[in-house]
Design a protein around this ligand. Structure first.
Ligand code: G4P
Length: 286
């Protein structure tokens, strides 16, 4: 999916989600567990206001479990409970459903107190591109294919998936833009694939990624590319990788571009094992 976020796109996304919020009870915010701060959309809080929110750190199967635990505690001290999820896993459905019902309980209780007939809680998945929104919708919807007829008014054309007795999930996610303004965050977003390859400087991103791996996950780097990899300098690491992987241009010059693509691909596919790019203490190099 190629999305270039221009001010017009952002204004539209904001408008659409603002409109949808009128009929949503509980928001599911997806972030990338490898970069829980960098993968936050800058205006999401403003958009959802006081609505109950379930914060999901997704792709947790790719993130460092110790760092993810630290994030969980950090969010807890800020009063936010978060859930670590692998949206491809079937078990995620039950876990997320439980969290949504728990976040929405005050609403159900309010309806009961007012003597209103309880309806299902309506929920939507929001997040930046590539964070796993569609995958999670598919996992949630599996086995519950019953699509609900259009509702009148503003949501015409919008389909809902009924999950169990008390929950409905909007079948299209809300897509929000990532943080572009913070160069550090932008580099991490590029490394994870949240920013499309055409719009970032691969040289900088891969150099940062290699420095980060060398500092925090050196054995993963050695295991992947060879025991002798020189980990002091990004340029030397890249050269070593290019040579080991036979990245050569006609004439025998080193194809650094190809080596960079290999490193990015390896990271995105989890071939370094479980790696996080930022921790609550703030370490990052990417
Ligand atoms: P989006 O709707 O937010 O844009 O994201 P989408 O679900 O399309 O997921 C983007 C990529 O991330 C997909 O990989 C998807 O399989 C992968 N993904 C989503 N959630 C998780 C997760 O929890 N763990 C892991 N490891 N991967 C996840 P892809 O390479 O684009 O497609 P595919 O190779 O899986 O078909």
């Amino acid at each position: 999916m190629i999305i270039q976020w221009y001010p017009g796109h952002m204004a539209k996304a904001k408008r659409v989600i603002g409109e949808q919020m009128k009929i949503i009870d509980v928001v599911i915010e997806l972030r990338d567990a490898r970069i829980p701060a960098a993968s936050e959309n800058p205006v999401l809080r403003e958009l959802i206001q006081q609505k109950p929110r379930v914060l999901v750190l997704n792709k947790s199967d790719l993130a460092d479990p110790f760092v993810s635990e630290a994030w969980k505690q950090q969010f807890a001290t800020e009063g936010t409970e978060c859930v670590l999820l692998d949206s491809k896993a079937k078990s995620s459905r039950q876990e997320l459903t439980r969290r949504i019902m728990s976040a929405g309980r005050p609403i159900l209780e309010r309806w009961e107190r007012r003597g209103l007939r309880a309806r299902s809680l309506r929920t939507i998945i929001l997040g930046i591109p590539n964070v796993g929104k569609s995958t999670l919708i598919n996992t949630m919807a599996r086995g519950y294919v019953a699509a609900i007829a259009d509702r009148p008014g503003k949501t015409r054309g919008q389909q809902w998936v009924k999950i169990g007795k008390q929950l409905e999930l909007m079948d299209t996610p809300g897509v929000l833009w990532p943080k572009f303004d913070d160069p550090q965050a932008a580099r991490m977003l590029a490394a994870t694939g949240a920013i499309v390859d055409e719009v970032f400087d691969a040289e900088e991103v891969v150099a940062g990624l290699l420095r980060h791996l060398a500092e925090h996950y050196p054995s993963a780097l050695r295991q992947r590319y060879g025991e002798e990899i020189p980990t002091e300098e990004a340029a030397a690491m890249l050269l070593y990788i290019a040579q080991r992987r036979g990245c050569l241009l006609p004439g025998g010059t080193v194809d650094k571009e190809k080596a960079r693509r290999i490193v990015l691909q390896d990271f995105r596919q989890g071939r370094f094992g479980r790696v996080s790019l930022e921790s609550p203490e703030g370490w990052n190099e990417a």
